[in-house]
Design a protein around this ligand. Structure first.
Ligand SMILES: [Zn+2]
Length: 182
């Protein structure tokens, strides 16, 4: 468990330090046996401790209240994909762009190489299914006006896609300032 805690703590610190989540925003999980381990509701990703990690599996009553996004994480793991870990963050440039289009097309080399086109799915009651479906084909998806959900073979990889997305969307924003017709 200490290796798992270590990864949650390091990735959480990086997410917070990079401004990809607010003080109490975002959440993370890893697949674990028949269930998953997810951050608790309201935990501070930049300052995680053991008590902030909640194991959720059939027949086990969670020790503390899991993240409100638990159902989304479960839907993503239930869909056939390579998801072993999920990072949900609030990257601000990506959120802004998600409010003006139904997909994000990175123009920088790294974004094009690692992400390709990033789908934007609407908020609402069907968000779990829409997210899970989109993440079968894509490494990261943005829920409009809310934030990103990245899947990876580890939290580190999901952090990488989140970080690349925010860099790409900041470049897109700068590009629109320089070339308003972009
Ligand atoms: Zn959120």
């Amino acid at each position: 468990m200490s290796a798992i805690l270590d990864e949650f703590q390091q990735v959480g610190r990086d997410l917070y330090a990079a401004g990809l989540v607010s003080s109490h925003g975002g959440n993370m999980s890893v697949r674990h046996g028949e269930g998953l381990i997810v951050t608790s509701h309201g935990s501070r990703l930049g300052h995680l401790v053991q008590a902030d990690l909640v194991e959720v599996r059939p027949g086990l009553e969670p020790r503390v209240e899991p993240s409100m996004d638990l159902a989304l994480h479960q839907a993503i793991y239930a869909a056939p994909s390579e998801a072993e870990a999920i990072v949900h963050a609030h990257p601000r440039h990506a959120i802004a762009l998600s409010l003006v289009g139904m997909e994000i097309q990175p123009q920088d080399l790294e974004g094009q190489h690692y992400l390709g086109v990033v789908p934007v799915v609407p908020r609402g009651e069907n968000v779990a299914r829409a997210l899970a479906d989109a993440l079968r084909q894509h490494r990261i998806v943005v829920v409009a006006g809310h934030g990103s959900y990245a899947r990876g073979d580890s939290l580190w990889q999901a952090l990488q896609w989140t970080s690349v997305l925010e860099e790409s969307t900041e470049v897109l924003w700068l590009l629109r300032v320089l070339r308003p017709d972009t």
